[in-house]
Design a binder for this molecule. Structure first.
Ligand code: HEC
Length: 158
């Protein structure tokens, strides 16, 4: 009986993981590679939203008056802290007139920055030019108020 349980658990795990994108398909922690991924390989506008943070939402400084936070499938399936490797959130920022102004992105990459949740941070202009990117202290410093929620501010993982 125990053996059957173990086998079915193992099969269940296999099934779960086969659903996820193989790691080789995920981009490097690099502004150009990530831009290509979120615009060509897996266009972020096709992703989902957190069920408690859908579509356009009022935002706070420094991100501007409104935002939309797109969440990739790997992260949407998260069941707690920490978020799984390969998690990505793309935040579209909007001005007062609801015109899109920029994208800010968090991408969880194994071994990239273990001291701060292994997130790769980047801000893009709408045509894909990267501003601050990498282990950006500004981004980390502010998001660290929710380090116990893996630096994610708009949704509680637990
Ligand atoms: C002064 C504080 C502050 C700084 C600095 C900051 N953020 Fe944020 N960030 C927020 C807040 C607050 C939110 C929640 C949305 C809102 O209220 O605008 C947020 C939300 C986000 C989200 C949506 C996912 C989430 O829940 O955390 C992303 C992605 C993001 N920020 C990326 C960045 C990046 C990249 C940088 C650096 C270039 C950065 N942030 C710098 C405060 C900050």
């Amino acid at each position: 009986m125990k053996k059957i349980l173990t086998i079915s658990l193992a099969l269940g795990a296999l099934f779960l993981f086969s659903d996820a994108k193989p790691e080789s398909e995920m981009p490097a922690a690099d502004a150009q590679a990530l831009w290509n991924y979120i615009t060509e390989v897996s266009p972020y506008q096709d992703w989902g939203f957190w069920e408690d943070y859908k579509d356009i939402q009022p935002g706070n400084s420094p991100h501007g008056p409104f935002n939309k936070v797109f969440v990739n499938e790997i992260l949407l399936k998260a069941t707690g802290v920490p978020a799984p490797y390969g998690s990505i959130q793309v935040k579209e920022g909007f001005n007062k007139s609801k015109n899109k102004t920029a994208l800010t992105v968090m991408y969880k990459v194994k071994g990239f920055n273990p001291e701060a949740g292994d997130w790769y941070w980047v801000r893009y202009s709408l045509d894909g030019k990267a501003g601050p990117e990498g282990k950006v202290q500004g981004c980390i410093g502010c998001h660290a108020v929710k380090a116990d929620n893996d630096y994610i501010l708009v949704h509680n993982l637990k």
